[in-house]
Design a protein around this ligand. Structure first.
Ligand SMILES: [Zn+2]
Length: 267
């Protein structure tokens, strides 16, 4: 179970060069008075300029809480793309997600590619099972889902069958590449997100950022193996990178929105 998640490869970030970092330093041209450039905390968010932070595969008993703490301290809303079986394992964490006003998106009950992609009926039945868990544990019925691995895994039959059942697909257009099986460091993760966001600005699209709070894993193993170690390192990087990512988005005037039926398609 752990290895399957640890070995997931989702789309790599589209990297572009020349990332422009918003300056918070006062500019003092020679012979002129200093011009103070506003810091992220001074920028007034533009309600029309929305960004969607999305965290996949939880809720889990450790990293999800750390992410919730950062979101709370920063005063921003995000979206948790939840697995039904993880809600059953961590109902109190799921309740905290709801209580703190974040959005929830259905990410299937089992997240098991072999079962899900067996047939459109199998996929839909698993989505419905997650939807029931979400409502049973206090959430609203969610007719928005993200396919494990992304919608590129769904062929036309799957896609049409799921759509005709009333579900709307949520993809992403900015990947942190935090599901790299080799693991990812904080700096690379931040850089991937910044570059992806700038790329979406050029395309005039609302960034939908893919990160992972991650599935439930046991952190106490003495020798967890390389795959699990890499998985944990990536989750630590997600947590370490998040404050910088939030500051970057604030400095560019974004409003942090939760995914809902009005969220534009990623592509
Ligand atoms: Zn997933």
């Amino acid at each position: 179970m752990i290895y399957r998640f640890a070995l997931l490869i989702i789309a790599a970030a589209v990297l572009i060069s020349g990332c422009a970092k918003a300056s918070t330093e006062p500019l003092a041209p020679a012979g002129h008075e200093a011009v103070v450039v506003a810091g992220a905390q001074d920028i007034v968010p533009d309600p029309a300029k929305k960004v969607y932070l999305t965290f996949d595969d939880g809720p889990n008993s450790y990293f999800t809480k750390l992410i919730l703490d950062i979101l709370k301290q920063s005063g921003v809303k995000a979206t948790f793309v939840v697995i039904g079986s993880n809600i059953e394992k961590n109902p109190e964490v799921f309740k905290r997600i709801l209580d703190e006003g974040h959005s929830v998106v259905n990410h299937t009950f089992c997240h098991d590619y072999k079962k899900l992609y067996e047939s459109p009926e199998a996929f839909l039945s698993d989505l419905d099972r997650c939807d029931k868990i979400i409502t049973a544990f206090g959430g609203k019925a969610v007719k928005i889902y993200r396919a494990p691995g992304g919608s590129s895994r769904l062929n036309q039959d799957f896609y049409e069958f799921i759509c005709s059942s009333g579900y709307k697909t949520l993809d992403w257009n900015v990947s942190s590449a935090d599901s790299d099986p080799k693991g990812i460091g904080k700096e690379q993760l931040v850089s991937n997100v910044k570059n992806g966001v700038i790329n979406m600005e050029k395309m005039e699209k609302a960034p939908i950022i893919l990160m992972h709070d991650g599935t439930e894993i046991y952190l106490g193993l003495e020798n967890p193996g390389e795959a699990v170690e890499n998985y944990i390192r990536s989750r630590e990087s997600d947590v370490a990178a998040l404050p910088e990512i939030i500051d970057f988005l604030k400095s560019r005037g974004y409003t942090f929105a939760g995914v809902d039926e009005h969220t534009p398609p990623a592509w």
